[in-house]
Design a protein around this ligand. Structure first.
Ligand SMILES: Nc1nc2c(ncn2[C@@H]2O[C@H](COP(=O)(O)OP(=O)(O)O)[C@@H](O)[C@H]2O)c(=O)[nH]1
Ligand SMILES: [Mg+2]
Length: 241
């Protein structure tokens, strides 16, 4: 099984080198999609790719780090769509989505992969027994909890953590989803991917994770993205049968 971890980045200079190190130690291929981060994350990535591709490191997986540089901040949703298409043009069997800021523990990846033998989508979930959130401000805890209850109630589907960004897909799911039909961003995008997977009849498993707030850099999620998600839930309910 060949597995790819897609990591979108915007201003992650304090995290990027470490996260790539941890994920590649676990033997996964990595695709980073950087939106011309003003803090120079893209330059760090180019350097890492050069050292990764050096003859010395070839036994430990040369070419396992790939980078897409985009011109400007185009959003999390379009970054993932581009990453999914990139993966489908190649021979990856399992495709993971993960943040760069260590809120998602890379050590969960092998567990997700194991579960993908029985399920089609694994969701790293804060809201199932064993899961949780660490060091998040109370405001974010409330928004996340209420947002998830809202989405779950309106969409009437069983995923408890619809806004989770840590996911693992079997290739066939991404092949079946109409990726060009997805226009949502941020949390809306994360809800839409899970809802479409569910509507196509695929098996979803929520794997408990402890989501730890970032210690380096700032969150990029804006108020607009929250509003967008609120409207999107209704659009999804009406449009996707
Ligand atoms: N390429 C790209 N990455 C983004 C963008 N917005 C956020 N990210 C990345 O997406 C991941 C999640 O973003 P983050 O700000 O941590 O969201 P939060 O955890 O909900 O506060 C991080 O790895 C970010 O660097 C974007 O517009 N483009
Ligand atoms: Mg984060």
């Amino acid at each position: 099984m060949k597995s790819l971890v897609i990591i979108p980045t915007y201003n992650e200079k304090g995290n990027i080198e470490k996260i790539i190190g941890r994920v590649s130690e676990l033997g996964f291929y990595i695709l980073v999609i950087d939106d011309n981060s003003p803090d120079g994350t893209g330059k760090i990535l180019d350097r890492l790719q050069m050292t990764n591709d050096s003859p010395r490191s070839s036994e430990s997986g040369a070419g396992k780090l790939q980078i897409i540089h985009r011109e400007a901040k185009l959003g999390l949703g379009t970054a993932y769509i581009q990453g999914f298409k990139w993966a489908l043009e190649r021979d990856f069997d399992c495709i993971f989505t993960m943040d760069a800021d260590f809120s998602h523990s890379p050590e969960c990846l092998p567990e997700f992969l194991k579960k993908l033998t029985d399920f089609d989508l694994i969701v790293g979930s804060r809201y199932v027994p064993g899961g949780g959130v660490r060091n998040w401000p109370i405001r974010r805890k409330i928004i996340s909890r209420c947002g998830n209850m809202y989405a779950k109630t309106i969409l009437r589907f069983h995923v408890n953590d619809c806004t989770a960004g840590f996911m693992g897909f079997r290739r066939k799911v991404l092949e079946k989803i109409d990726l060009d039909g997805i226009k949502s961003e941020g949390y809306g995008f994360l809800i839409e991917m899970k809802y479409r997977t569910y509507k196509l009849g695929y098996k979803i498993f929520e794997y408990p994770i402890i989501f730890t707030n970032r210690t380096l850099g700032k969150s990029k999620i804006s108020k607009n993205i929250i509003w967008e998600a609120i409207f999107l839930v209704w659009k999804l309910k009406l449009r996707i049968k």
